[in-house]
Design a protein around this ligand. Structure first.
Ligand SMILES: [Zn+2]
Ligand SMILES: [Zn+2]
Length: 379
């Protein structure tokens, strides 16, 4: 990515916050527009059967060698990014301002954007007046754009809980405090947080994605470990969810007869990813532009999702930068029609079967990003 930007005449800085790259192109007085793409892949073996399917291998967080693929389509984002940079350099005489192009690592674990900001991204690049990004979408046809004004993607917290007990013989449960049964009770009680403790109008998700405890059939273990993902839009809903998990965990542990020094240990990974909220004015402006560019029927409003994106960080800590992220359709209309006919689910993002149609997807992405930047430069 750095060499592509250098070739085009950008001032480039590499290795910001890990593998982050930024290119700056100063082209006279005018607004500063930031375009962001992410680069990371996922530990999955690609099963699309395409001739260009990924055969790449990488080292995962646990240090094991695994197959990797761009199951979230970040390769599309990078390709569109390069195409957009080329288009904007080619049309340099038609706009004035400063173009800041950022490719970030580690979007999937929510750390990449934050690492780049903390590592001085904006000591090198000027602070933007607008920040825009796209994400490929696994349900929309190629050639279409999806948008949502306001809340677009949720905030993400990763929580770790260790539930303690008092281990012993599986045949003598009365001499133990069983953390497996206690964890089961807690998990069911967590499911009443969203249904009973949160205003039904406010979206929230509590998912226990991982639970591990014990070694063999006949030992009651000393502890059980759980990993949760928590999603919401409003900060007060997030706080309510976290407080409820703490309260339920502690009181269930007490009810099981555990002493104060064996209360569940709860930790939330820092930093959490804030919700992605599209600026209303910027969204209206660029959606109008997309409608004129691609036609009314190619620009569709979508529901908000509970997935998360650390592009949300480009609003800056003081919330001063209007941001807009939109969906880029990736599928052949034929694929969508056939899935509907057969009543089958289409492969989602993060699926080993996710197979975007490259050319119309990338062309639409480059065109959308380029016209958006030109529009913002030319006020
Ligand atoms: Zn992803
Ligand atoms: Zn992604």
């Amino acid at each position: 990515m750095a060499s592509e930007l250098k070739k085009l005449g950008f001032q480039v800085k590499e290795k910001i916050g890990g593998h982050g790259v930024v290119g700056v192109l100063k082209n006279g007085p005018g607004p500063t527009v930031l375009i962001r793409a992410d680069m990371d892949a996922l530990p999955l073996e690609e099963k699309t059967g395409l001739p260009y399917a990924s055969k790449a291998r990488g080292i995962n967080a646990a240090g094991n060698e695994v197959n990797v693929m761009h199951a979230c389509g970040h390769d599309i984002h990078m390709t569109v990014f390069v195409g957009t940079a080329q288009a904007l350099v080619k049309t340099k005489n038609d706009w004035k301002g400063t173009l800041v192009m950022v490719t970030q690592p580690a979007e999937e674990n929510g750390l990449g954007a934050d690492n780049m900001l903390k590592d001085g991204l904006f000591n090198f690049a000027p602070k933007p007046d607008y920040a825009i990004a796209l994400h490929d979408n696994s349900y929309l046809p190629a050639g279409t754009i999806g948008y949502r004004s306001g809340p677009f993607m949720a905030s993400v917290d990763m929580m770790d809980i260790t539930v303690f007990g008092q281990g012993g013989h599986g045949a003598a449960p009365h001499t133990t405090i069983d953390p497996v049964v206690l964890s089961a009770e807690m998990i069911l009680a967590f499911q009443t947080i969203v249904s009973r403790m949160i205003n039904p109008i406010d979206p929230a998700v509590v998912t226990v994605g991982s639970i591990h405890g014990g070694t063999v059939h006949n030992i009651i273990p000393d502890d059980v470990k759980m990993q949760l993902t928590l999603r919401s839009y409003k900060p007060e809903v997030r706080e309510n969810v976290i407080a409820s998990i703490r309260r339920i965990s502690e009181h269930y542990a007490k009810a099981a007869g555990l002493p104060d020094d064996k209360m569940p240990r709860i930790s939330i990974r820092e930093p959490m990813t804030p919700a992605t909220v599209n600026d209303a004015n910027l969204t209206a402006r660029l959606v109008g532009l997309f409608r004129n560019t691609f036609g009314e029927s190619k620009v569709v409003e979508t529901d908000p999702y509970m997935v998360g994106e650390d592009f949300s960080r480009f609003v800056m800590p003081d919330n001063s930068v209007p941001i807009f992220m939109f969906w880029l359709g990736t599928l052949a209309p034929e694929t969508i029609r056939m899935a509907k006919e057969k009543g089958e689910q289409l492969p989602s993002l993060h699926s080993s079967q996710f197979a975007p149609v490259p050319e119309p997807t990338i062309k639409t992405g480059v065109k959308a990003m380029s016209v958006a930047a030109l529009n913002l430069f030319n006020q």
